[in-house]
Design a protein around this ligand. Sequence first.
Ligand code: PEP
Ligand code: MN
Length: 274
Amino acid sequence: MNENVELVLKGKEKRRPIEVDGVKVGQGFVVIAGPCSVEDEKQTIETAIAVKNAGAQMLRGGAFKPRTSPYAFQGLGLKGLKILKRAKEETGLPVVTEVMDPRDVSWVSEYADVLQIGARNMQNFSLLKEVGRSGKPVLLKRGMHSTIDEWLNSAEYILAEGNHDVILCERGIRTFEKATRNTLDISAVPVVKKLTHLPVIIDPSHAAGHAYLVPSLSLAALAAGADGLMVEVHVNPDAALSDREQSLRPDEFSKLMEKIRRLEEVIRNIHDRD
Ligand code: PEP
Ligand code: MN
């Protein structure tokens, strides 16, 4: 590990939960859920209500979408952010949303409770510096071809600007394996826990690429000691404008939340006996 990564390394700062509108990331197991993209008000609010009823503590939804093709749905931008705000008013769920451009950070911060840095932008250093000056908690995804060392260096950029509220998010890395969209690096959880005081969550949806895999990866994340999850849920996945194959239906998400609660109890018992 590069010894210049001082601020994120354990021992410099104590582990403490990151507060987002009353939700404490790094205390208990926090589940963030919602659609890949904000598509319209009905889809977003219905999904938000469904995930809230199932027990999610934060809402996710992209208004700026980093798409491989320039012709694919790019997100609703400001209109999407306004819809997210209405979904928050409706459900009380704090909002996590991606920002892709340093020029957008200050005004997107007016709508977001947590600024998401996507995998493709993990080493966009001007963006990292800008969110470091935003005063907002940041969810920093691991780049799909980044090492843990590079990921923690990116977190360091944000902390070095004075923003210590960084949540790390492992979302799978590229390997030769084609059965999954990415390979979930579950070892990243204990490795990052050993190295840094920052909370780390798992995004099973982008790791898996297929909805049927999401419950297994989610339970594995909890068992491995992750601080939470970020899961894609859509009221009607077949009609989703992005990531339809990996999005859970609300009933599937509710079942998963039930299993999470049961596994949490088992894990508490195991740790009580340590
Ligand atoms: C997303 O969360 O919708 C997203 C685009 O994720 P990633 O940056 O991990 O691909
Ligand atoms: Mn997505």
